[in-house]
Design a protein around this ligand. Sequence first.
Ligand code: NDP
Length: 246
Amino acid sequence: MAGKDKKVALVTGGSRGIGAAIVERLAEDGFDVAFTYVSGAAPAKALEEKLNKAGHKVTAFQADSADAAAVEGAVEKTFSQFGRIDLLVNNAGVAPDAPVDDVPLDVIDRTIAINTRSVFIASRTAAKHMQKGGRIVSIGSCLGERVGFPGVSLYSMTKAALVGLTRGMARDYGPRGITVNVVEPGPIDTDMNPADGENAEYLKTLTALGSYGQGKDIAAMVSFLAGDGGRYVTGASLLVDGGVNA
Ligand code: NDP
């Protein structure tokens, strides 16, 4: 793929963790990649520089997923800068953990805005620019299917909503040849959920494999869905959770 023939991906929250692994993988797969961050300018710039030095075309820009106008702006900026959008990966997310009785209203609103509303808005804005073969992949959670422990009601709600949204959008965009899927990770070693964090030993016991996954495990599923092998997969919720929900 070269120049304007190269496919273009936008990844939200690509500066660290799972998002950064997805950005790297898609660049290696041959995509030109735009990605967003909210406050991590330094890691975003470092990733951008590293991949551009390796001969890829990668651009980072700041856009808060809590802000609907910024989300639309990120999609439009990607389109105007790269001339096309083939793949949107809705990855940015936050995970406030608190028992349902204690979650403040502003945290409820902000979490819904970042984890759910931004996915709705980014997807419909990106879909306007997509051709047949376009792909939308959201990063949900195994907690969007089953909830095995307390303290994560808000987070689980926002991720379960992605399952319904994915199914609905698969129907809305199917006639245009655009696929829509949600990838549902289990415990993945990132700043959000470090493999040496205080809950890590417990979370490992919930998996069938007895271990954490890596960002690259999620990136591999995104890569599959984005490629030719994913062309007949749509409306699906794909667990990559080490067997948490087995
Ligand atoms: P991290 O906290 O390690 O990284 C989050 C990324 O999202 C960063 O790039 C961050 O940018 C960005 N981000 C956060 N808030 C915003 C915002 N308001 N606007 C734009 N970007 C934002 O998280 P993970 O990599 O662990 O998680 C990625 C996704 O995977 C999330 O949706 C999460 O819910 C999901 N997930 C993670 C699991 C895990 O065990 N790690 C398990 C299941 C699902 P910045 O650097 O600027 O802060």
